[in-house]
Every structure is written in structure tokens, then in C-alpha cells.
Design a protein around this ligand. Structure first.
Ligand SMILES: [Zn+2]
Length: 330
């Protein structure tokens, strides 16, 4: 009888211990928006893209599509990737207030962000009058050219038809995701390699990713860091994909936000028709470049395009123009 009772209490203690371990392991999940394995999307509220009137710039922009005689592109090389590919910086306008746009930090996995940046280059190249006098626009269309090259076999312009078609991360397996070129050529996630709350163990969804051996170990992150320190932009926008309905995510480091960050998020979100979020809270992101910018008081936002294949150029170009106009009147 006594032995039976002590067996029972041992069983109870074991159960309690298992429960405690499970609770601790999952505790971080309670603070984030959960990822739904069954349907393969984040459990975010359904937001429709807001139908907005076309702007004059947009109709001009539409008429440019298919035009072949665009002026030659001029760019500066701001650094080289692990495999020696150029990381290019484009500059339009001559004003003192610089606005920085960065695409494809996650390479071929988010190839649509590179296409959006190319669309932006075309508009700025052919319609420089849209840039207010006191503004200068800096564009780094592809921060991770090796990752992009791994997928589309080119780190320059490409057709969306030559890129893999998948709407959301869950449509690809783990191994394929790596092959889809999210990381740089040393398999490091550049978006975990910046100097804000850098962690040796970093995650993407529920997968561990390699953040490097410390902040700024990768030539691509170093290139962007040095470019930012040299140019001192008034604001920065980073492009990612994908969250259904799109989204604008604020940045901060240790809870400290740069001046003007919330307004920047609002201006972009209102014009694009994307919902705005204080932070990216689906899973823990350490070493993010936008958060690093908060440490030097430069407001930065992260944009999530609605899918991995949608460029959503009209909404984003409208928002980029709204940001230009916002900073022009500062
Ligand atoms: Zn990304």
C-alpha cells in the first residue's frame, strides 16, 4: 500500500516536471503572435489592401512599363558580398535629407523585394522631378546578392517568371528554404548580424538560423553599416516578405525608438494601405538592422510584402512618395 502510494507520488512529480519543462520551452510563444502550422500562415487579423485613388505619379509610372530606352543606370559599389558580387547603391536627387531603401537582405527567398526596388529605380531614373528639392533617395536594391544569385542565377535584373513561385514559407520545406537563398554564401542570416540585441542563438519562424559569431561579421552587413554611417540618412526602410495583407513594422533597441519612427510607420502604412505594428512580434528577432539604426537615432521601418511573389508596386511606390513628401516638409 505504502509502495503503491509512493509510486503514485513519484509519477505525479514526474508529470509535474514534464509539464514544467514544456511550459518553460514554450513560454516565449505566449508573448508572440503564434504561427499556425495547420494553415501555414501567421494568425494575424485579415486586412484587405485598401483601394485608393491613383496618383499622377502612378499613372506616369504605369505608362513606363515596357519602355526600353531608360537612361543608363549609375551606381556606386558600397561593398562586396562573400562571393565577390557588387553591393550597389543608387542615388537620386541632391537634397540634404537622405532617405534609404534596402531590398533583398534575405536574398532569393524574398526575391520580390529586389523587383520592387528595381521598379523604384526605374521611376526615379525616368521621373527625377518627383523627388522634392531638399530630398535625396538612396536605394540598395539587393543587400544579399549571393542569396539572390543562388535562386535566380543572376544578382541583377530578372523576370519574376525565372524565380520560384511560392506564396508563403510553409509551401517550401526546410532544406528548400535554405536553397532558396535566404542566407549569404556562408549561410548566415544577415538580418540577425547587426548590433542591437545580437544573440548567438537566433531564430527564423521556429528554425534556428546562424547569426554569425558576433555583430557585423559579414561583408554585406559591414557594407550597409559603413554606408549608413557615411550617408547619415534621415530615415530607412527595409523590405521583406511575406505577411498576408502586408505590414509595416516599427523598430527599437532596448525599448528605445528613434525620433520620428512612429510617424514614418504611419505615413508609409497609411499610403500603402498596410496595417502598422509597433514591432515585429511573430517571433524573436535579434540583431536586426532596423533596430540597430535605433541605436544611432535613425528611424527605420520594416515592410512585409503580402506574399513572396507579389511586388505590390503601386501601393509601395505611393508610400515611398508619401515618405519623400513627408520629409520634404520637415
Ligand atoms: Zn526577410
Amino acid at each position: 500500500m505504502k509502495a503503491k502510494r509512493s509510486l503514485l507520488s513519484i509519477g505525479f512529480i514526474v508529470l509535474l516536471a514534464v509539464f514544467a519543462v514544456v511550459m518553460v520551452r514554450n513560454s516565449w510563444r505566449t508573448t508572440v503572435v503564434p504561427y499556425d502550422d495547420r494553415v501555414g500562415v501567421y494568425k494575424v487579423p485579415e486586412y484587405g489592401l485598401i483601394d485608393r485613388p491613383k496618383l499622377e505619379w502612378e499613372s506616369d509610372y504605369q505608362s513606363l512599363r515596357g519602355e526600353e530606352n531608360l537612361p543608363p543606370e549609375q551606381y556606386e559599389v558600397i561593398g562586396y558580398s562573400v562571393e565577390g558580387r557588387e553591393i550597389r547603391g543608387y542615388r537620386y536627387g541632391t537634397g540634404d535629407t537622405k532617405l534609404l531603401y534596402v531590398g533583398a537582405i534575405h536574398g532569393g527567398y524574398e526575391w520580390n523585394t529586389a523587383l520592387l526596388m528595381y521598379e523604384l529605380l526605374d521611376v526615379l531614373e525616368s521621373q527625377p522631378h518627383v523627388i522634392p528639392d531638399d530630398v535625396q533617395v538612396l536605394v540598395v536594391p539587393v543587400l544579399n546578392p549571393d542569396g539572390l544569385h543562388r535562386i535566380v542565377e543572376i544578382a541583377e535584373r530578372f523576370s519574376p517568371d525565372d524565380a520560384p513561385q511560392f506564396l508563403y514559407a510553409t509551401e517550401i520545406t526546410d532544406k528548400e528554404a535554405l536553397e532558396y537563398g535566404r542566407f549569404n554564401a556562408r549561410d548566415i542570416d544577415l538580418n540577425r548580424n547587426f548590433d542591437c540585441e545580437w544573440e548567438p542563438i537566433a531564430v527564423w519562424l521556429h528554425y534556428p538560423v546562424n547569426p554569425g559569431t558576433g555583430p557585423f561579421t559579414e561583408p554585406e552587413s559591414i557594407a550597409l553599416r559603413d554606408y549608413v554611417l557615411q550617408e547619415q540618412p534621415a530615415a530607412a526602410v527595409f523590405y521583406h516578405s511575406a505577411v498576408p495583407g502586408g505590414g509595416v513594422y516599427g523598430s527599437s533597441c532596448g525599448g528605445v525608438r528613434a525620433d520620428g519612427m512612429s510617424t514614418l510607420a504611419q505615413v508609409y502604412g497609411d499610403a500603402a494601405g498596410y496595417p502598422q505594428h509597433e514591432d515585429f512580434a511573430y517571433y524573436a528577432v535579434s540583431g536586426d538592422p532596423g533596430d540597430w539604426l535605433a541605436t544611432i537615432d535613425i528611424p527605420a521601418i520594416r515592410i512585409q510584402l503580402p506574399t513572396h511573389t507579389t511586388v505590390d508596386a503601386d501601393n509601395n511606390l505611393r508610400a515611398i512618395r508619401a515618405v519623400m513628401n513627408h520629409y520634404a516638409t520637415q
